[in-house]
Design a protein around this ligand. Structure first.
Ligand code: NIG
Ligand code: FE
Length: 419
């Protein structure tokens, strides 16, 4: 029996179509392929029809199946939002560090003193898997309320073989139990744990020889990420880890050029990373190389905001032809929010991305950043029925009425997940 859902007469259906094989760049990012007075028909977990509402009604009539109709008059429908960079599986919180930073301590200084990522690591190590699942589930519930239907989640608060696997297993369980789809990334190279402070290369060896093979064997992650940054992992260490991951089938991603200009963007292009993320300090050469290789720039303006830093130069990247995606970077230290729509507001208001570019960056380009563009990221026949109904008369309104949750309904796998 087919379960049919008919979304009727939306003011705008923002399909973001036509880019399932390659991400949108430059002016393509402003081409949202909008259908005014549009209708969408979902059959089971797939999009069966999208077009004018008149045609959608005819399609439904021909089906002769019981149909649930959702009136979308005066509202807009977008693809389910996609968050391609999060660190949601962790225990504890770090509000004290906010006060330290307000008094002048830097993010990296706090980390070097054993706080920051290392503080979250101590708490995450102490938490059983079940507790990580419980804590992360609450965060996922909030993500869903903000219209996110797929997100990527990294490990990196375990930093031992067992604790990294524990985080990834928690993510796998969350994927099974929660409506949001979770795509996992192994990030054992998130920080050098305190016990290897004097011998970071030994920790790199453990990541490569002990962690990566286990992650690959248990198929716990699709991607491998490294915090390539001055005082964290060097370019050479990052390259060795990502190359070792590649040999095991894990696709590289990089936390690149966040705090200082370090050559992370260049490395991303050189090793064929699917994305380079942060990029606040990326060099012109690095940006150029990313454009040539089609590396997606995952920009995280909420992190820049929370760390009180100047955000990445999104305009320069778009003009250079780099495909840009957006993400919350949800983590306990540098961006503690689940509101991807707020991050989209920041992208518009602090990086001068247009409302159209922002939507492309949070849907189809985000899907490309996690290798899912054939399944999600646009409203096209055959794709997964993941949609958001916003209480907004047009797409520009999403960036205008900022800091509020305009999500009215979330449809996940063809069923109503939030209403
Ligand atoms: O993407 N930059 C490194 N990693 C995270 C922050 C993790 C943390 O502070 O706990 C990020 O910002
Ligand atoms: Fe991050």
């Amino acid at each position: 029996m087919n379960q049919v859902l008919y979304i009727k007469n939306a003011a705008q259906v923002i399909t973001v179509g036509g880019a399932s094989t390659a991400p949108k760049i430059r002016e393509q990012m402003t081409d949202l392929q909008i259908i005014e007075h549009g209708g969408i028909v979902l059959e089971n977990d797939r999009i069966a029809f999208v077009g004018s509402d008149i045609e959608a009604q005819k399609y439904v009539d021909r089906l002769e199946t019981e149909t649930r109709t959702i009136c979308a008059e005066g509202k807009i429908v977008t693809p389910g939002l996609i968050d391609p960079h999060t660190h949601i599986v962790f225990a504890g919180s770090r509000e004290k560090e906010l006060e330290m930073r307000l008094q002048g301590d830097s993010y990296i200084e706090i980390l070097k003193q054993g706080g920051g990522i290392l503080y979250s690591t101590a708490q995450t190590r102490a938490a059983p898997e079940e507790e990580l699942v419980e804590a992360s589930k609450k965060r996922l519930d909030r993500f869903l309320l903000y219209g996110v239907t797929t997100l990527e989640a990294k490990s990196g608060y375990g930093l031992t073989v067992e604790d990294e696997l524990k985080q990834l297993r928690a993510a796998r369980r969350l994927n099974e139990m929660h409506p949001i789809d979770i795509v996992s990334t192994f990030m054992g190279a998130h920080a050098v744990p305190t016990e290897f402070k004097e011998n970071p290369d030994e920790y790199v060896r453990i990541v490569i020889e002990e962690m990566l093979p286990k992650v690959a064997e248990e198929k716990l992650a699709e991607f491998c990420d490294v915090f390539c940054e001055e005082g964290v992992f060097t370019l050479q260490q990052s390259e060795r880890i990502l190359e070792a991951g590649k040999k095991l089938g894990l696709i590289p991603k990089i936390h690149a050029d966040e705090i200082v200009q370090f050559g992370g963007a260049e490395l991303a292009a050189k090793i064929g990373a699917i994305s380079a993320d942060h990029l606040l300090k990326a060099s012109d050469e690095g940006i150029h190389m990313m454009a040539q290789k089609g590396v997606v720039a995952v920009l995280l303006p909420g992190t820049a905001f929370f760390l009180m830093e100047k955000p990445a130069d999104a305009r320069k990247m778009i003009e250079a032809g780099v495909p840009v995606a957006l993400s919350t970077d949800r983590n306990p230290g540098s961006c503690p929010t689940e509101s991807l729509p707020l991050i989209m507001n920041f992208a518009c208001l602090t990086m001068k991305m247009t409302p159209a570019e922002v939507l492309t960056a949070s849907t189809i380009n985000a899907a490309h950043a996690i290798g899912r563009a054939n399944e999600i990221g646009s409203i096209e026949v055959g794709k997964k029925a993941d949609l958001v109904l916003f209480d907004a008369p047009n797409y520009q309104f999403l960036q205008y009425n900022f800091g509020v949750n305009l999500v009215e309904m979330v449809i996940k796998d063809g069923g109503v997940a939030v209403e």
